[in-house]
Design a protein. Structure first.
Length: 723
């Protein structure tokens, strides 16, 4: 579809960078050429339909064509009084050629043909302005997609420097030091002549009315043309004359500039494996590179700079043609936090600082937002536990960002089976796309950070940056004292929600799961099921899957078949529990928002550490502090190694063997312990298709009982030996 941007001269264009329009077809108008000369930029086409402006600027307009600054000029017929030879130059087109009432003598005098064009059919032929008729001219030229930029339509009728020069004419007595009607102050200079913008004869509303007439004529003539206004400050926007699209959307400036990895130095090995994974065809960021710009590759850390890790990352980048085609050279940011605040506490036994349990990742997130504000537009924030589901995962996102309406945050809600607290349930996980270059979003982000600090200090120290907004709004609405059960319309929380909610988006592009809890089958089968269920998913946030994939990549020279399973699609599609089964498993009977431990009695959430029941989704983003008891280490081993079944079986056999020796006092205790382990083994196997976390928690309890029993046996043996 042929596209053009029609550019007015309103003050909304102050500070606008015209170089952003270099690759686009454009149409400029009137005395703006004075500014174009300064910045060495010119539009594709030019328009001037004010006879008073023609009288002032005819020489400069002639030069625009003769010097080939513009391709065509659409002008009022009075221009031929100054340059009659222009009638023989096809680059000049005149308003009189489209209007039968004004064509007669004009056409005969200059030998110009009448031009039949439905774009100029109008039910309100008196509503003629340069701006509205410039759009009609663009339609005549064959453009079907038209964006309006800088058309403010908010004129101050007569500024102090302008004096009357007839009924509908004005002249500038001096050049203004500030001109409120245009995007540069000397747009009008001493001696310039021009018409009154919105004369009384048109109810002081000629310019807006001319665009309303344009819209109505397009509908009546059934012209297949799309026109959008890209200016929030325009009367076009205030009156809803044409639909609005952001300037970034129209100019394709709404783009993904950066892939940002929020990580830690201790994750260096995973970072390197991740970069190697992206070079494999099954996980490649871009499947093709035609018409695609490189994306910045940015790593952010907390703590002191690590030169060695930077060198290792650069070495992988410089040795990979694929990474060099996808990304600019890697950038690094190290944020040194105040002493005691670079922590991510996962156990309440550790002393708590003023910034809460997730102090490290919380501060890392906000500092990353702020440091990227001046250099990026949109950025995808990921962690090292994010796995591509399909090739072209970054290319697909680049295309999506360009075509979506303006947004600030786009990411995934929790997709798994864990019972979520009500005040966290709808939050968007931190692995998401952020409008880091949007000044309004950055302003909101500072308020977001202040809300987090307040909640952590006075309400809940466990809250993380990604879940705090949901937490904040939940309690704001619950505690708002309005009329009856209604919210207080003047509450700060409600006003903040009203002003920002539309800029937060859920998406299937990223899928946020927990860990082993949400994976009931092998990685192969789970990924097949995910792909079958989520057609538009390209990234999954899942630590276990990533670690498994990194390991398999290191063990295999090719990865095209890494997750190719012989299972049938029918089988794979049934592996993920339905929404109804999620709902049934997520019932937490003792859920009380004020007490983070209230769900500890439910088997759905491990009770060993109530603080972990909350969805802190920032996996390993900071100094990981853990004071877990030794049994947790054994629990980890049981979950992590495939030899756990054999280990339990051997232990059970050994205990039963000892128990069969009747000479040993209390030998039946060994037999009972062995039987207990056999039962545990059977239970584990049955629980294989269920929730791994639930099974391991029950195992932990059983092991504690076994330890107690073993201790008693040992005590009795000692007593017997002493006798």
């Amino acid at each position: 579809m042929k596209t053009i941007t029609v550019i007015g001269n309103g003050p909304s264009l102050r500070e606008f960078d015209f170089s952003a329009l270099v690759a686009l077809d454009t149409l400029g108008m009137n005395a703006a050429y004075r500014y174009w000369e300064r910045v060495n930029w010119y539009p594709t086409h030019y328009c001037c339909l004010d006879p008073e402006l023609i009288a002032t600027h005819h020489t400069a307009i002639w030069a625009l064509i003769v010097e080939e600054r513009v391709k065509t000029a659409f002008l009022h017929g009075d221009f031929l009084e100054f340059f009659p030879d222009a009638a023989q130059d096809k680059r000049f087109v005149f308003l009189n050629q489209f209007n039968r009432n004004g064509y007669g003598d004009f056409g005969e005098r200059y030998g110009l043909p009448f031009i039949e064009s439905r774009a100029f059919y109008s039910s309100q032929s008196a509503k003629v302005t340069t701006g509205a008729y410039a759009v009609r001219y663009a339609i005549y030229l064959g453009y079907q997609r038209i964006g309006l930029l800088g058309i403010d339509l908010r004129y101050i009728g007569q500024i102090p420097e302008a004096m009357p020069n007839g009924d509908l004419r004005l002249v500038m007595e001096r050049t203004p030091t500030h001109n409120p009607n245009y995007f540069f102050d000397d747009y009008q200079r001493e001696g310039d002549r021009f018409q009154v913008p919105n004369p009384e004869i048109h109810n002081f509303d000629l310019h807006p009315a001319s665009f309303e007439a344009l819209r109505d004529d397009l509908v009546q003539q059934r012209l297949e043309v799309s026109i959008v206004n890209c200016n929030r400050q325009s009367e076009l926007h205030a009156r809803g004359i044409f639909p609005y699209r952001s300037l970034g959307y129209w100019l394709r400036q709404q783009k993904l500039d950066a892939l940002v990895v929020l990580t830690q130095v201790r994750e260096g090995d995973r970072i390197l494996k991740m970069l190697k994974l992206w070079q494999q065809p099954a996980f490649i960021p871009f499947l093709h590179f035609q018409d695609r710009e490189k994306v910045k590759l940015i790593f952010t850390f907390t703590g002191e700079e690590d030169v060695s890790l930077q060198s290792s990352i650069r070495q992988i980048y410089e040795s990979s043609i694929i990474l060099q085609q996808c990304f600019h050279p890697p950038e690094f940011h190290f944020f040194v936090l105040p002493e005691g605040e670079d922590v991510y506490i996962k156990d309440g036994a550790v002393p708590l600082g003023r910034k809460g349990f997730a102090s490290g990742p919380n501060q890392q997130f906000f500092q990353t937002l702020f440091v990227l504000h001046e250099t990026c537009n949109y950025a995808l924030f990921i962690e090292t536990d994010c796995l591509p589901l399909r090739p072209d995962w970054l290319g697909t996102l680049c295309e999506q960002v360009q075509t979506l309406d303006e947004f600030w945050v786009m990411g995934s809600h929790y997709r798994g089976k864990l019972a979520m607290f009500k005040h966290f349930a709808r939050h968007i996980n931190g692995v998401a796309i952020y409008a880091v270059g949007n000044p309004k979003f950055i302003e909101f982000a500072r308020e977001w950070e202040a809300i987090l600090d307040h909640v952590v200090a006075h309400q809940n120290p466990v809250v993380a940056y990604d879940s705090v907004l949901e937490y904040f709004f939940y309690y704001e609405f619950m505690n708002s004292k309005g009329s009856g059960k209604r919210l207080n319309p003047n509450s700060n929380g409600w006003k903040l929600f009203q002003g920002t909610a539309a800029y937060f988006r859920y998406t299937d592009y990223i899928l946020n799961f927990s860990d082993a809890t949400d994976q009931d089958v092998s990685g192969d089968e789970f990924l097949r099921a995910i792909r079958m269920q989520y057609d538009q998913a390209y990234l999954i946030h899942h630590k276990t899957l990533c670690e498994d994939t990194y390991y398999r990549v290191s063990e295999n020279s090719t990865t095209d078949r890494l997750f190719s399973s012989p299972s049938s699609p029918e089988k794979s599609s049934t592996l993920l529990p339905s929404a109804q089964s999620y709902k049934q498993e997520s019932q937490c009977k003792n859920l009380v928002e004020e007490d983070l431990s209230d769900c500890s009695q439910s088997n759905l959430i491990p009770a060993t550490n109530p603080a972990l029941s909350v969805a802190l989704d920032n996996n390993d983003n900071s100094q990981h502090i853990s004071a877990a008891p030794p049994i947790s280490v054994f629990k980890f081993i049981i979950r992590a190694f495939s030899s756990k079944t054999l280990a339990i079986a051997l232990l059970a056999i050994a205990l039963n063997t000892v128990g069969s020796i009747e000479a040993i006092p209390y030998h039946w205790i060994f037999t009972a312990s062995g039987t207990m382990f056999i039962l545990l083994l059977i239970g584990w196997l049955l629980g294989k298709v269920g929730d791994v976390a639930k099974t391991s928690d029950r195992l932990q309890s059983s092991l504690e009982e076994t330890q107690k029993t073993t201790k008693e046996v040992a005590t009795n043996l000692v007593k017997l030996l002493r006798k």
